[in-house]
Design a protein around this ligand. Structure first.
Ligand code: IPM
Ligand code: MG
Length: 355
């Protein structure tokens, strides 16, 4: 099969981890006889510097024409200290999600047996943790209008808005994943306070009737935040709105022991995008110390969800797991000797080549 992949490395450590993603994609494609073409585009602060726009039209065209998009990271400290900056790198990410119609963000949370000591949680809580957060990505308070400031600047407002259709399409997708997994689905909302949450609950109850084989439950987001730490192995598929999903997935990432381990896939109406859940980690940029595993595992998700190639995805995951077991790790997960970003990528590529 021929694969056209757009590469948007973005800011900070994005370019370094992307290099390893490309290395791994190339060897997997070679092993399985796929032809792969890459084309690079600008996004984030890197794009603002060159074009003034964090998601230039040219980048959008590139993504629309690609079979899949690999995305590094976005963000730069120069904007974080300036709340009044007119253009921000993050707007590029939000514009990309919206324009590509990426309504579902899949964030799997899992642990590596040999890294359990890295997690701040006690070992016995971590066994059998394997859940999938399905986060709505192009609605809710992130995009609702009106949003802004009053004329005198003394009042600010955001709008949280969801339609029945927006909720139904993602909840239905989440039930589909639950059917392929452990047949449990949890809706996370704040239905005791928010009108949007009550609509989410109503729609989820309706959709659940089409999936009698799935055990469905409902949790308020504050309680869910607690349960994720107290009893993470109870979850299978969690489905939730945009901002709750943003917050809960950062929280859930500590279970794995490092933010540098978790991948994500954003799927929807046009091309799908695969990106690590970590940010641009500017302190590490250019130092060859960033953990490439989240990016490499995002490549595995690309093979699985972007190209329906489960064997290829499985081999990448096996290689990553082997690297962790062999203690080939960047400083965030190293036990003993530390490896560079490139060392880890090369080790994994070598494993795949020889598998
Ligand atoms: C994420 C990030 C983004 C979000 C930011 C960078 C806009 O935190 O992908 O989780 O809030 O969605
Ligand atoms: Mg986030």
């Amino acid at each position: 099969m021929e694969m056209n992949i757009a590469l948007l490395p973005g800011d900070g450590i994005g370019p370094e981890v992307m290099e390893e993603a490309v290395r791994v994609t190339r060897v997997v494609a070679r092993r399985y006889g796929h032809k792969v073409e890459f084309a690079g585009g600008l996004v984030g602060a890197a794009a603002i510097d060159k074009t003034g726009n964090p998601y230039p039209d040219e980048t959008h065209r590139l993504c629309m024409n690609a079979d899949a998009v690999l995305f590094g990271a976005i963000g730069h400290p120069r904007y974080d200290s300036n709340p009044r900056a007119e253009v921000r790198p993050e707007q590029g990410l939000l514009a990309m999600r919206k324009k590509l119609g990426l309504f579902a963000n899949l964030r799997p949370v899992f642990t590596f047996a040999s890294l359990m000591d890295q997690s701040p949680l006690k070992n016995h809580l971590l066994k059998q943790v394997d859940f999938l957060v399905v986060r709505e990505l192009i609605g809710g308070i992130y995009f609702g209008q009106p949003s802004g400031r009053s004329e005198d600047g003394g009042t600010a407002f955001d709008t949280c808005l969801y339609t029945r259709e927006e909720i139904e399409r993602i909840v239905d997708l989440a039930f589909g994943f639950a059917m392929e997994r452990k047949h449990r689905l949890t809706l996370v909302d704040k239905a005791n306070v928010l009108a949007t949450s009550r609509l989410w609950r109503e729609v989820t109850m309706e959709v659940s009737k089409r999936y009698p084989g799935v055990d469905t439950d409902y949790l308020f987001v504050d309680n869910a935040a607690m349960q994720i730490i107290l009893n993470p192995s109870r979850f299978d598929v969690l489905v939730t709105e945009n901002m709750f999903g943003d917050i809960l997935t950062d929280e859930a990432s500590v279970i794995a022991g490092s933010l540098g381990l978790l991948p994500s896939a954003s799927i929807g109406l046009h091309t799908s995008v695969f990106e690590p859940i970590h940010g641009s980690y500017p302190q590490a940029a250019g130092k060859n110390i960033a953990n490439p595993l989240a990016m490499i595992l995002s490549v595995a998700m690309m093979f699985e969800y972007g190209f329906q190639m489960k064997d290829e995805a499985g081999l990448i995951r096996a290689a990553v797991e082997a690297s962790v077991n062999e203690r080939v790790g960047t400083p965030d997960i190293a036990r003993g000797k530390t490896c560079s970003t490139r060392d880890v990528g090369e080790w994994i590529a070598g494993y795949i080549d020889n598998a």
